[in-house]
Design a protein around this ligand. Structure first.
Ligand SMILES: [Zn+2]
Ligand SMILES: [Zn+2]
Length: 275
């Protein structure tokens, strides 16, 4: 069994017109075809929450205000009219747990991918609002990111913890922490073990400056030791990246001791044999 759950039907381009171009039967068919070619049985989509006007009920960050244009109900209705699983990529916003929970409960998602892209108002993977400009010190940047991630993992709001060490995205383009990185992973692994959230293995890392899968092998092995479940995704924003570098990812996962994948339907989890 192979899955690709963290997939975006529309590009990040602000000028895109999703209802006309991307949330369409033709586009869904392009994604399904790419998945079939890659031998992926379970395909789901998880559009960014900040794309939707409803997101502004949760948070009013200027980046979200600029991006929030699409209609969440229309997206859900469209995906339900296809054979794709219905997911959403939801940011963790500390202090807004009730609002997040209410929004999630209002839709019948198959799964919710929980992400940390921002630490307070600073972005870890975006050049605007760049955390590295405001915070700078790598130990502080990493500590802030992983504290937020541990809170997200333990919140009980999400089914899958997205790209769990996204803070490394820039690779050698940013300084690395002086502390042993396991120090940063530990509280997250504990929260993963307590909450039972599945850990996303994301091949997007291979395409980013860091050129490494999310999570890093040392992090993944700590999750395995803690008994975590794993989900597999490409974070594709176009059909060409569906199942991106999956052969390499499956080999890495087997090396970590992972033999099963988490599957989701209406927020119920099942495990199936990987590969
Ligand atoms: Zn993300
Ligand atoms: Zn994504």
């Amino acid at each position: 069994m192979l899955t690709d759950y963290h997939v975006h039907l529309r590009p990040d381009d602000l000028e895109a017109t999703p209802a006309a171009e991307f949330f369409t039967e033709e586009n869904a068919a392009r994604y399904r075809e790419a998945a079939d070619e890659a031998g992926i049985e379970e395909l789901g989509v998880s559009e960014h929450i900040h794309r939707f006007t409803d997101a502004l009920q949760i948070w009013d960050h200027p980046f979200w205000r600029e991006q929030a244009r699409d209609d969440l109900t229309a997206y859900c209705d469209f995906v339900r009219s296809t054979d794709l699983r219905l997911g959403i990529e939801m940011d963790f916003v500390p202090g807004r747990e009730d609002r997040i929970s209410n929004l999630l409960a209002a839709h019948d998602f198959d799964y919710v991918v929980g992400s940390v892209h921002f630490v307070r108002h600073n972005a870890v993977d975006h050049r605007v609002f760049d955390i590295w400009e405001e915070v700078g010190d790598p130990d502080r940047v990493w500590a802030g990111y992983f504290e937020a991630l541990a809170e997200a993992a333990g919140s009980g709001l999400f089914d899958i913890l997205a790209h769990p060490d996204l803070v490394k995205v820039w690779g050698e383009g940013r300084p690395t922490p002086t502390r042993d990185v396991r120090f940063f992973y530990e509280p997250v692994v504990e929260a993963i073990a307590d909450s039972g959230i599945a850990v996303e293995v994301s091949t997007a890392g291979y395409r980013k400056p860091v050129r490494e899968i999310y999570p890093a092998p040392a992090f993944a092995e700590m999750c395995v030791d803690a008994g975590a479940a794993f989900a597999l995704s490409s974070d594709a924003h176009e059909p060409e990246n569906i199942g991106y570098e999956y052969e390499r990812a499956v080999e890495e996962m087997r090396g970590w001791g992972v033999s099963e994948l988490a599957l989701f339907e209406r927020r119920e989890r099942h495990l199936k044999e990987l590969g």
